[in-house]
Design a binder for this molecule. Structure first.
Ligand code: FES
Ligand SMILES: [Fe+2]
Length: 440
């Protein structure tokens, strides 16, 4: 199926007058959509690569795959952070074959070319064997076009012309701040990664991660478990008057709601036991001193599922989870989950937060398997109904509640604008930009 502009215009119906928003399911099944997404979305945007704490010391590195491209994210022995393609400049093999570590250099296992942690070519066996003068300066590891950091969250872009990261992050910055400020000495990624996969289109997990509509029906086991622990408020909080969704611009969106979960930050819950009360109160007092009552309240007693377009989720829910969603094929995605914590928190606090993370969002937790099952069920349904539309209209006529679908519409408007080559999409359900140009 070759795509033209009309196909992309038809992919999303955004009728503000009638309050109808629909997405054609071929956007989640067609190879042509996926190929164009790589060019128009993943090759254009800023994409999350890692956190400062993962490469805290000179020589620290982590291996990452970002939009299908193998990268090394490394702090050079000179202290600078860089991102290189993990491909040897000799004949292309991966030069870094470990997920993480600390090194003086990267030596390619194929013919032993050696690169410094700053990416310079520093060793070639039998250099005299090359008739032409080998210029090591030309043959260093190739850096990714752009690399930038906001509050210790690092992003790469394959687009040399991409806008500055802070402009791109738009209204999401304030929500990143609410996470980054939770630790007096900053935040860190805890060791260990959840890695799992789902037989569904990547956009379904992006939608799901900011979808308050499904919480009560799909995750009733979790809420029943909380009720059995003496907390029957859970599912109700998702529908409370303070629960709101916001379009943060540039495809980013958030749902922001009073905590329905035990949160291992300054909010006591029966599940933690009486012993935890003093420590949690101390953490809350420190937050109030440092950040003021209003921000301390938001950090401690509200949850925020933040989508940073296109595929990073910062889920400040039962734990504090960084989730990335990577498309591999139209009907298959790979996911990673990392736990974040204030640097230097107590072992007891870390245990509480990891229990919260695993209990709800772990691959074997009480929510993630439900979500995976739901997304795979949607994808299976698309096999029979790819030409049909999914409805994402809920709440178009009212102030957006978390159980509405404004946050998905924010994502899809940006996605459609990107696919049409228009740059950023409409924001806050304002007027839609006029399409122009021809998609190939
Ligand atoms: S491919 Fe790396 S040294 Fe040959
Ligand atoms: Fe869910």
């Amino acid at each position: 199926m070759a795509l033209d502009t009309q196909d992309l215009q038809d992919a999303v119906i955004d009728d503000r007058e009638r309050g109808v928003f629909r997405v054609k399911r071929t956007t989640m099944t067609a190879d042509a959509m996926w190929h164009l997404e790589r060019k128009r979305v993943f090759d254009q945007c800023w994409l999350y690569v890692g956190h400062t704490s993962e490469i805290a010391e000179p020589g620290d590195f982590v291996r990452r795959k970002v939009a299908g491209r193998p990268l090394v994210f490394v702090r050079g022995r000179d202290g600078e952070v860089r991102a290189f393609y993990n491909s040897c400049t000799h004949r292309g093999a991966r030069v870094c074959r470990q997920d993480h570590g600390n090194t003086k250099s990267f030596q390619c296992f194929y013919h032993a070319w050696t690169f410094s942690t700053e990416g310079k070519l520093v060793g070639i066996p039998d250099k005299e064997g090359y008739a032409h003068a080998v210029d090591p300066a030309e043959l260093g590891l190739r850096p990714v076009a752009r690399l930038a950091c906001y509050r210790d969250f690092w992003f790469v872009s394959f687009n040399p012309e991409v806008e500055p990261l802070e402009d791109y992050l738009a209204g999401a910055k304030e929500y990143i701040d609410l996470v980054a400020d939770q630790g007096a000495d900053g935040m860190c990624v805890l060791p260990g990664t959840h890695q799992y996969a789902c037989n569904a289109n990547w956009k379904l997990m992006v939608e799901n991660s900011v979808d308050g509509y499904h919480g009560a029906p799909l995750h009733h086991t979790y809420f029943a478990f909380l009720a059995s622990q003496g907390d029957d408020d859970g599912a109700k909080q998702l529908r409370s008057v303070e629960a709101r969704a916001y379009d943060l611009g540039n495809g980013h969106a958030v749902v922001d709601y009073p905590a329905p979960f035990p949160r291992a930050i300054a909010r006591w819950h029966p599940i933690y036991g009486e012993d935890a009360k003093d420590e949690l109160q101390g953490i809350r007092d420190e937050l109030v001193d440092r950040c003021g009552e209003e921000r301390a309240h938001r950090m401690a007693e509200t949850c925020r599922n933040l989508l940073i377009y296109p595929n990073l989720l910062l889920l400040d829910v039962a734990g504090l989870t960084l989730r990335t969603v990577w498309p591999v094929r139209p009907d298959y995605m790979e996911l990673t989950g990392y736990a974040l914590a204030p640097r230097g928190e107590s072992a007891a606090q870390t245990r509480r937060r990891l229990e919260g993370f695993n209990l709800f969002l772990g691959p074997g937790g009480l929510a993630t398997p439900d979500d995976i099952e739901a997304l795979e069920a949607c994808q299976e349904g698309f096999a029979a109904t790819a030409e049909d539309y999914s409805d994402i209209s809920r709440g178009m006529h009212r102030d957006a509640a978390t159980v509405d679908e404004l946050q998905m519409r924010a994502f899809w408007r940006e996605w459609q604008a990107n696919m049409l080559g228009l740059g950023h999409g409409a924001h806050d359900e304002g007027p839609k930009p006029a399409p122009a140009g021809v998609a190939s």
